[in-house]
Each structure stands twice: as structure tokens, then as C-alpha cells.
Design a protein around this ligand. Structure first.
Ligand SMILES: [Zn+2]
Length: 312
């Protein structure tokens, strides 16, 4: 999928809003054309309101008095308007928003609304659409494990992840690291974990290392406008760490920075990698790997066993 910039996504929100308000204005105009009595009542009401506001501007000290005069007139007109609408079945359509939090503006509180963030993760940064995956931890299947040791390890892992979900947003350790050879079920379990977490936390960015570092590379070239989203996502899960191409002044630097910033903010970061310890050290240097696998900050799970894709 071709990525867009954050600015373009925000522009889409603006376009949709103005298209909608045009549509609503046109619809109201058609209604009033068919109902001149209603149009008259609304005109009267607006006129009273305007008169009243102008009088307040001229005589601000009489505000309360003027308000008392105007209120019964406005109430009476509102009542007539309401009755007319009801009798003639001309209801005002309550606005329907795709997102009730931001009323489709894309902004809520002092930042982006969660609806915009979720779109941005996928369309701006290149993350997976979490909703495109099925299943969660509740229907995690242990059938794939033939080896009793593997099965025991997996069930310990699932218990741990379920506990993480129950405790969230309180998380004991802010990094969760899943290591093991390809095909040992890491991605299977992490997708289910994230889908489970999504019941409690909507702000999840789940991305392949390849797309993540692609984005960092573009950021390094000054070609992006959404990199902060990665530093601020409540949960960031990076799949297949180590599969991305190494880029000078990008891969290690951005990874180190990302871990530090997110740790400082107390945000949960999940790393999934097929690399073993030596491979990680060679790739990212010991300085980064010691932080990645830090006893204080990380829970590390090592997936061993056979290639489950072959067993299945
Ligand atoms: Zn929203």
C-alpha cells in the first residue's frame, strides 16, 4: 500500500467534514423549501436572537434584564418549531459521527484522536491493521505443540500474557522480548496478545521491523512528518526485528533512541526477533542489546523447539 503523509491524512479529515456540512446545509435548505411555515418560525427565532445579542452589545449592564425579556419569546418559538416538526414529521437528523470522541475532526483533548492515530499507523507509517487478524489469547491453540516441553513453555507464556492484559495499564516491565527461531509460534502468539490488549487499549501500533526502519530511514532524510507517533504509541510491537536492512546512522541510532524515549515515557514496547543473542549483539552492538534484554526493564521469552510450520 502506498503511504501518505500525516498532513494528507489530516486533510482528508478536513475534506470529509466540509463535505458533510455542505450536505447538511443543502438538506436543511430542501426541508425549509417544502415547509415555508417552519422556515418562517426559524427566521423569527433567529431574528429575536440577533436583536437580543445586539441589545446586549449596546447595553451590557442590562444583560440580565434583557435576557429575562428574550428568554420566554425564544422558548415559545422553540416550542412552536418543535411542535411543527413533530406534527409534520420533519425531524432534525441528529448528526451521525464515525467517531464520537472527536466528532470526526481527528483531534481530541490536546492531540490527535485515537481514530486518526489508528489510521496513521497503517496508512502513514506502514503498520499492520490489527483488525485484519483474527483470534485472541482466549482461543490460543496448544494443538500445534507436539513436544510436551514446548507446550509447557507456551502455556507459561500465554499465562504471562493474560496477566499482562489483566494488569494493564499497570505493567511490571515495559519491554517484552520474544526470541526464537523462525516458525516457533512467536508471531502467532504476539498477534493474539495484541488483539487481546486491544480490548483495553486502542492505541496499539504493530509493525514489521522492515517497515519501521524504512520509515526511520525516510525520517532521517527529512521526508516524514509522523515519526513522533512511534515514540508515543501506548503499545508499540515490532515484529521480526533483525530482518530489516542495516542502514548507517539509522538502524542502531533510531532503535536506541526509540527504546530510551519509550522507556522514559513508561510505554510498553514489544520486540519479536528470530535472531539469537550473538546475532543481536553483532547487529545492534552490546550497548543496545543490554538495554533490550535488561533484567530490570524487560521480560524475555525464548522460544525453542522445532519449526512449528513444519510440524503442522
Ligand atoms: Zn476520532
Amino acid at each position: 500500500m502506498k503511504l501518505i503523509s500525516l498532513a494528507e491524512l489530516i486533510e482528508e479529515y478536513d475534506d470529509n467534514l466540509s463535505r458533510r456540512s455542505t450536505y447538511e446545509a443543502l438538506r436543511e435548505r430542501d426541508v425549509l423549501r417544502a415547509h415555508p411555515v417552519l422556515e418562517n418560525l426559524i427566521k423569527q427565532r433567529n431574528a429575536v436572537q440577533v436583536d437580543y445579542l445586539q441589545m446586549i452589545l449596546r447595553e451590557p449592564h442590562r444583560k440580565n434584564e434583557l435576557e429575562e425579556e428574550a428568554r420566554p419569546i425564544l422558548t415559545a418559538l422553540d416550542q412552536q418549531i418543535g411542535e411543527y416538526r413533530e406534527q409534520n414529521n420533519v425531524t432534525e437528523e441528529p448528526p451521525h459521527y464515525e467517531c464520537d470522541i472527536c466528532q470526526d475532526t481527528g483531534f481530541a483533548g490536546d492531540g490527535y484522536c485515537i481514530c486518526l492515530k489508528k489510521k496513521a499507523y497503517v496508512r502513514v507509517i506502514g503498520a499492520y491493521d490489527l483488525e485484519s487478524f483474527s483470534g485472541d489469547l482466549s482461543d490460543y491453540s496448544f494443538e500445534i505443540f507436539t513436544d510436551p516441553d514446548d507446550k509447557a513453555r507456551a502455556s507459561k507464556m500465554v499465562r504471562y500474557l493474560k496477566k499482562q492484559y489483566e494488569d494493564y495499564p499497570v505493567v511490571r516491565k515495559k519491554q517484552l522480548v520474544l526470541l526464537g527461531k523462525a516458525g516457533t509460534g512467536k508471531t502467532y502468539v504476539i498477534r493474539r496478545f495484541l488483539r487481546t490488549m486491544a480490548e483495553k487499549e486502542q492505541d496499539i501500533c504493530y509493525i514489521s521491523a522492515r517497515n519501521l526502519f524504512d520509515y526511520f530511514h525516510q525520517d532521517r532524510l527529512g521526508e516524514t512528518d509522523g515519526v513522533d507517533l512511534l515514540y508515543e504509541a501506548k503499545i508499540l510491537a515490532i515484529d521480526d526485528l533483525g530482518s530489516e536492512p542495516m542502514t548507517q546512522n539509522v538502524t542502531r541510532e533510531y532503535l536506541f533512541d526509540l527504546m530510551n524515549v519509550r522507556k522514559e515515557k513508561g510505554l510498553l514496547t514489544v520486540f519479536v526477533s528470530n535472531n539469537n543473542l550473538d546475532e543481536l549483539n553483532n547487529r545492534y552492538t552490546e550497548r543496545i542489546v543490554s538495554r533490550l534484554l535488561s533484567v530490570n526493564d524487560s521480560d524475555v521469552f525464548q522460544f525453542e523447539g522445532k519449526d512449528l510450520r513444519l510440524v503442522r
